[in-house]
Design a protein around this ligand. Sequence first.
Ligand SMILES: Nc1nc2c(c(=O)[nH]1)N[C@H]1C(S)=C(S)[C@@H](COP(=O)(O)O)O[C@H]1N2
Ligand SMILES: [Mo]
Length: 496
Amino acid sequence: MKPSIRAGLAGVVAAGAALGIAEVVAALTGNRSSPLVAVGGVVVDHVPAPVKDFGIAVFGVHDKTALLVGTALLLAGYAFGTGLLARRRWWFAVAGVALFGLVGAVAAVTRPGAGTVAAVPSLVGAAVAVLVLRQLTTLSARESPERRRFLRDLGVIAAVSVVAGAGGRMLTSRRAVTAAREDVVLPAPAERAPALSPGVQADGAVPYVTPNREFYRIDTAIVTPQVDPFSWELRIHGMVRHPITITWADLLRLPMVERYVTIACVSNEVGSDLIGNALWLGTPIKALLDLADPLPEADQAVQRSADGWTCGTPTAVLRDGRDALLAVGMNGEPLPVEHGFPVRMIVPGLYGYVSACKWITEIELTRFTDFDAYWVPRGWSAQAPVKTQSRIDSPREGAVKPAGTVTVAGVAWATHRGIGKVEVQVDEGPWRAAELAAAVSADTWHQWSLSWKATAGRHTLRVRATDLDGMTQVKDEAPPAPDGATGWHQVSIEIE
Ligand SMILES: Nc1nc2c(c(=O)[nH]1)N[C@H]1C(S)=C(S)[C@@H](COP(=O)(O)O)O[C@H]1N2
Ligand SMILES: [Mo]
């Protein structure tokens, strides 16, 4: 490699290190202090209109990408030149880096609402660039084997810079979305949920309404998608007569309803807890679908999230009048980020993987024969109504209790069909009807309880539910795949 190329590369990597570190510092001092974001903002604000129009005309919708690529090329050229300078005239190169840092700092400090602290990321970045440039220039000037060290250090510093930059940007967007969520004011519902009667809660069962912090979470996201509500859009398209796109502001103007709905994961094992009941605030999806006017053949509504996950719901289910909601609120607050902020789907009666798309950005009307959503090629059914299930919450497996009256309690669900009865069996004795607590609607779980006169010894308690169609929970044990576990939950306990 020619000495001049090495020197230039050292300059480019030093600039990369500066930007990477600056992103990390910016994540701590606030989004707009990032030199990239600040300089970008200044440029966008000051580009003369004809240049902007030219950019849009030439690059079309990609004008932002073109701006970014153009800026990166300019920067790389400048950094290459600085690297060349560093070989012969070190202090000129330092001045070049300082100028680079100063531009970032001034841009950041003069952005609307910024304080002097906004200069810090640019200045720290410039300092790091000087150190990196010093190190690489020294190595590059020496004879081999130092040259090999030059290449190694170059690579390591470049890699660390990329990781730091990406990590910093991720942290920054996380903070920005958290702040945006805190500022959200949810609209008042056109229809409130009825006040909960104390009769919904059975002693010994989990809370009838699951607090957000305790609500189960299932998704494929390695890092939680950070979706800014103000750039959020939902596109309804595909086999429709009138494709539509709505923004966050459009959505919040639609009539909202409040509904208690229990959602469950298909992966829930018998007796397990991948299920929760919340008060959702949202707008019925039916009205939006009616506007888009799906073609009669479009039997599948595929929902797609900001991170590309998909699920397919029967179009008919979304339009049959049930409370299928495009939801924005959960238990009185905006959706928590990990539960889909700003917008998700909630559909009573179907497992989450075929209905409850979080961070939703798209609904594409299509046919089940034409598209398999995320979990279908992985061995799960395309159609998945929630199976009738029940669970004993107390006593717990392995509990030791004194003889006398023991309250057996838990939850039962057959969402959207509703629970008709719950029965409990002690050992191989007769099935006894449990007392069924009230429930707001067929779309939520029911709690139940039974007083049992416990005698000394080891006992097995079993539960089974029957839905309002008269179908009793399936006894045969089956694993969750492909469309939901079956079997009766039982616990073994000891009475002293
Ligand atoms: N974007 C996205 N949405 C998703 C998923 C996902 O992986 N990605 N998982 C689904 C599954 S399998 C379930 S059970 C529910 C869980 O919702 P929760 O995490 O709010 O409880 O979300 C559904 N929505
Ligand atoms: Mo799930």
